[in-house]
Design a protein around this ligand. Structure first.
Ligand SMILES: Cc1ncc(C[n+]2csc(CCOP(=O)(O)OP(=O)(O)O)c2C)c(N)n1
Ligand SMILES: [Mg+2]
Length: 803
């Protein structure tokens, strides 16, 4: 439809109405067939958009180029209505087809009906986001789409209100874009929903959220989900009042085609024009096929409810409306339904063949290698096993790659070692396995990090430069003056967080900068870590350069779900098609007490693979990481050492220009007896201990890994270990935490075990959280004496006569 046609024009346009009716039917047929494909074992799992067809057709009419979607797994009709999804792709998603050219949203990495539209080109450059309909990439955790939705909407506000950004014409049309969200009724019970609703109301951003209220979250009805059983009723306090901007809240019925068309037109116009957040509470929504293929809704819906759902089926209701308005006759509508059903069936066949053919070709190549073999093993058992495995494989009706690989690997075990020509067969089979593993690896194991030329790992390090007169200043001033230059250099750079704006951060590392660069660039937020993260993700997806500040590392726990499920998987789950280069700035390790001095690094690194983790030992290093990260396009966390803001460091001359390379470990003290590996705040303590050890004749080589992910790309630690033969891994995390990670990297991955002359050791914080006061710290975390003793003991054990 013409993007500018209004609803009254539209409701007179027979052709368009019938096209909508056909799409609704097509989508429903896909859901029905999709469910069957799972129940008959062809697909693994299915979740569908049945019952939500008409809402989404109405909604999609208001979606323009440049707009953004952050929705959930019910949105298949919406995506089809925007031309971003078709009936064959529906099956590519369902079967998990890994061909990215035909299944572009995820390359088969996520469940069906999880969508995305690339925001970058294959070379890593940004696409013209104003010329396409954009969809951020869906995740399965309920309400997980909400924090990101806030950021997508917030970007429009920045692009509109900060006139310096009007030059970025391929990112935004001066902020005229709406961020459309969708959520199920039950998911509004989640904290993310409420945090986002409040934040979007405070920020007044063009967020248009549809709640599809089908009365259930899987089997649990609304009375257990929502106070008073109505989300719009309880959102009333958020509504606009004179002089008190809030929300526009609109209600519609999921079966009311003309009503929904008018409703969305009205709501989106205001949302776009005034940057007013809008909630569309769509009631009377059905779910004719039940929640997913994991069960049937007859188990929990009453007879009466099931009957009502049949009666209020939106497609049936649309048909009744068309007939009662005299727009088309029953025969015409029947023909449309039949045609839609045919398309759905043919698409299934096509999708299935496209899924199966490459697997069968792979299988045939394998079987041919076996059947063409000239060598037969004299060991009957082995020969029979090869025959059996191959025979079984050829009998699999609908093979998946696992079948091929299992067979190939089992056959390999049974190829007889005594057979004269066995080596050839072995080689051929090994060749098949290698080639196909490489190919499967591309499908499933790539794109965790940016592998393009925009990777931050391709940014060349530049050391901080000093002159004779370089002053010694408190560390926070280095950050502040570095930020000052960065904000001048990068117009798309913004930072926001709790106390970040007016006072310039709790440690004054942004002191005075809000005054200089304005509230739109250095911004205070509410206390809401999950949506600070989401705000950053949304901005980053839209091409801005956000630094989201989380006040203390311990509070990142509030955002870990979004960090782990959304940010860390964005690039991976879109098979490299989307990127969200969000920088998260936080501070941790050492200060006072349980909630201000944690160093839960193993929790972090093990839940955010896909995000780089920088652990600078001082503020020069921290500033250097920001400088590096802003030249690449990767998400990353920088953990500033909490006790370093007031410690003096030399001010570099080349602020905003010096860059600390990620994955580059640094030898801080050279030594020959034992290697100590650490990072962050413990570096200083280890330096102190190294000094004490020298006085006792022990020469320690101290290495700062600088970033935990990536880890020591140049094998600096391994080289040190070759020299010393002894190694101690040190940090303030729990026992078995990040020290275990570092040990595995060095000893197993880099092969360091071969060079050990003593048992490798770890020295960590205690298992409990760090206690309050300096004494609490002394007895909770490793101190210089502990390090001294640990090293001394290792040396004594190795050379008892000397120590
Ligand atoms: C955080 C989280 N908890 C639980 C689930 C399992 N789950 C998936 S969908 C769903 C119900 C969602 O209901 P609703 O929001 O009403 O959406 P609907 O499926 O009804 O459209 C649940 C509990 C999940 N995916 N994520
Ligand atoms: Mg529901």
């Amino acid at each position: 439809m013409d993007q500018n046609a209004n609803s009254s024009d539209h409701l007179k346009n027979k052709e368009q109405i019938l096209a909508d009716y056909r799409l609704a039917n097509l989508s429903r047929n896909l859901s029905i067939i999709g469910r069957r494909e799972v129940l008959t074992g062809k697909a693994k799992f299915g979740i569908f958009g049945d019952g939500k067809e008409i809402i989404q057709i109405a909604l999609a009419k208001q979606f323009r180029n440049g707009d953004w979607r952050s929705g959930y797994y019910r949105d298949q009709t919406w995506m089809m209505a925007m031309g971003l999804y078709n009936s064959v792709e529906f099956f590519h998603q369902l079967y998990g087809n890994t061909d990215r050219d035909i299944n572009p949203g995820s390359g088969g990495r996520v469940f069906n009906n999880h969508f995305s539209v690339p925001n970058i080109n294959p070379d890593g450059s940004w696409r013209d986001l104003t010329k396409q309909k954009n969809s951020s990439s869906d995740i399965s955790p309920t309400a997980g789409q909400m924090p990101r939705l806030l950021g997508l909407a917030y970007a429009s506000k920045l692009f509109r209100q900060n006139t310096e950004l009007h030059q970025f014409t391929t990112l935004s049309m001066q902020g005229n874009e709406v961020a459309f969200g969708s959520i199920g009724d039950a998911s509004t019970s989640e904290g993310h929903f409420w945090e986002t609703i409040n934040a979007a109301g405070v920020l007044q951003v063009p967020m248009a959220l549809s709640v599809y209220d089908d009365g259930y979250g899987i089997s649990v009805p609304k009375k257990y989900q929502t106070t008073k059983g109505s989300i719009s009723d309880i959102l009333k306090g958020f509504e606009d009042e004179p002089g008190k901007p809030g929300y526009l809240i609109l209600k519609g019925k999921g079966w009311d085609y003309p009503g929904l068309i008018k409703l969305y037109e009205e709501g989106i116009e205001i949302c776009r024009r005034d940057h007013k957040p809008v909630v569309f509470h769509i009631e009377d929504v059905t779910q004719p096929l039940g929640h997913s293929t994991s069960g049937s809704h007859e188990r929990y819906k009453s007879e009466e409810r099931l009957k009502w759902e049949e009666e209020f089926d939106p497609i049936k209701k649309m048909r009744d409306w068309i007939l009662s308005e005299g727009i088309a006759a029953a025969e015409e509508l029947d023909a449309i339904s039949a045609d839609a059903e045919t398309e759905a069936k043919e698409s299934r066949k096509k999708g299935w063949e496209m899924f199966q053919n490459p697997i069968k070709i792979e299988r045939d190549a394998l079987v041919k290698i076996i059947s063409d073999r000239s060598c037969r093993c004299v060991e009957q058992v082995k020969e029979a096993a090869v025959e059996d495995i191959t025979g079984d494989l050829t009998k699999v009706l609908s093979p998946i790659r696992k079948d091929n690989f299992m067979a190939a690997r089992k056959i390999l075990r049974n190829i007889c070692g005594t057979c004269a020509k066995a080596d050839n067969l072995k080689e051929e089979l090994q060749g098949w396995l290698k080639r196909n593993y490489q190919d499967a690896g591309k499908s499933y194991n790539t794109n965790l990090y940016n592998e393009m030329s925009t990777s931050v790992l391709k940014v060349s390090p530049v050391p901080p430069a000093y002159s004779e007169n370089s002053p010694e200043v408190p560390g926070r001033q280095i950050l502040r003056d570095n930020y000052d230059k960065l904000f001048s250099k990068y117009p798309l750079l913004v930072t926001f967080g709790e106390d970040t704006g007016h006072i310039g951060g709790v440690n004054q590392s942004l002191e005075g900068l809000q005054k200089k660069f304005g509230e739109l660039r250095i911004t205070d937020t509410g206390i809401r870590e999950a949506t600070i993260l989401g705000q950053g993700i949304g901005l980053a997806l839209r091409g801005m350069r956000p630094i989201a500040e989380i006040q203390y590392l311990d509070y990142l726990m509030y955002a870990i779900q979004i960090l782990s499920d959304d940010l860390a998987t964005t690039h991976y789950r879109t098979a490299g098609r989307m990127i969200a280069p969000l920088i998260i700035s936080t501070r941790g390790h050492r200060l006072e007490g349980i909630w201000h001095s944690g160093s839960p690094m193993s929790m972090l690194i093990n839940s955010v693979r896909g995000v780089y983790v920088c652990t600078p030992r001082d503020m020069t290093r921290a500033a250097g990481f920001y400088n590096t990260l802003l030249e690449g396009n990767d998400p990353a966390i920088v953990i500033e050492p909490l006790n370093g803001y007031r410690l003096k460091e030399k001010m570099p001359d080349n602020l905003a220009e010096f860059k600390i390379g990620l994955g580059i470990a640094e030898v801080l003290v050279e030594g020959k007896d034992l290697t100590v590996v650490t990072y962050g705040s413990t570096v200083k303590i280890a330096q102190e201990a190294a000094g004490q050890l020298v006085a006792h004749g022990i020469s320690v080589e101290l290495i700062d890994v600088q970033t935990l992910v990536p880890f020591d790309l140049n094998r600096t630690i391994l080289n040190s270990l070759k020299k010393t033969g002894r190694i101690l891994f040190l940090d303030e995390d729990v026992p078995g935490g990040t020290t275990a990670y570092m040990m595995q990297e060095v000893l197993e991955r880099h092969g360091g075990w071969q060079f050990l002359d003593s048992a490798p050791k770890t020295l960590t914080g205690k298992e409990h959280r760090p206690a309050y006061t300096t004494d609490g710290d002394y007895f909770s975390k490793p101190n210089a004496e502990d390090i001294f003793d640990a090293v001394y003991d290792m040396m004594k054990e190795a050379v008892p006569q000397k120590y």
